[in-house]
Ligand binder design. Structure first.
Ligand code: ZN
Ligand code: FE
Length: 261
């Protein structure tokens, strides 16, 4: 079984370090920057064994070249010419062996068209590395795909085992929960989560990973079919929104323009 540790990069990126305690081999997910990874490996005494990439954005790929100078390891990622260092291009249904465990690839377009996630669907300790698609309390912006694609991708993630630990790539939780509270002011579960999150952030502690069960309960972007959320988004947008995709699209639009209190 692997263990996972966060490596903070830039201001709010998490590069996830997946390591095998027996062999000391370490894989990194989305190394936007190489130096924090090299520093971490120097301290832990682990050996870089491979790189997993969820999508082509520079804050997820910028460190690959320098890591490969340090050690020539395989780079698994989506089929996209924009990431030239990828050695193993993977697609839906492929399996990647990393740190002694098997990760299944799923395609989750929307934030970008090439976006993939790596799923460890072991019944005891399931995990997903989902980049900028599902965030704790929120979701990524829809840059390249359509609202329909993003909603479909979030639904795919929501269908994973409810105990799945969600390893997203940014520390956006507090801001996301301010928005969730705005959408659902009467939801006590959101208020409770916001206060737990604020306490962690005051001590600069990560708020991720989070179990999918908590997301299903408090992340409005996974609850577009909820009648109260639909009513809230309809009131805010002044539109009738017959389908969950339309609710999602208007909610994402609202969040794009939402300023933290
Ligand atoms: Zn991104
Ligand atoms: Fe990002």
């Amino acid at each position: 079984m692997f263990k996972v540790a966060p490596i903070l990069a830039f201001t709010d990126n998490y590069i996830w370090l997946i390591s095998n305690p027996d062999t000391k081999e370490a894989w990194v997910v989305d190394p936007g920057d190489a130096q924090p990874v090299l520093d971490k490996l120097a301290i832990s005494g682990e050996e870089l064994a491979g790189i997993l990439i969820t999508h082509h954005h520079p804050d997820h790929t910028g460190g690959i070249a320098k890591l490969l100078e340090h050690k020539n390891v395989p780079v698994y990622g989506p089929a996209n010419d924009k990431i030239k260092e990828i050695t193993n291009r993977v697609k839906e249904g492929d399996t990647v062996e990393a740190a002694g465990s098997s990760f299944k690839v799923i395609e989750i377009p929307g934030h970008t068209l090439d976006h993939i996630a790596f799923v460890y669907d072991n019944a005891e300790n399931p995990a997903v590395f989902c980049g900028d698609t599902l965030f704790a309390g929120g979701c990524g912006r829809v840059f390249e795909g359509t609202a329909e694609q993003m909603h479909g991708s979030l639904s795919k993630l929501a269908a994973l085992h409810k105990d799945t630990q969600v390893y997203c790539a940014h520390e956006y939780t507090q801001s996301n929960l301010y928005f969730a509270r705005e959408v659902s002011p009467d939801e006590q579960a959101i208020r409770d989560r916001l206060s737990r999150t604020a306490t962690k952030r005051r001590h600069s502690r990560p708020t991720v990973p989070t179990p999918l069960s908590i997301e299903l309960e408090t992340n409005p972007f996974l609850r577009c079919d909820d009648q109260d959320i639909k009513a809230s988004i309809e009131t805010h947008s002044g539109k009738t929104l017959p389908s969950p995709v339309e609710v999602f699209a208007e909610m994402r639009e609202w969040k794009n323009n939402f300023v933290d209190p």
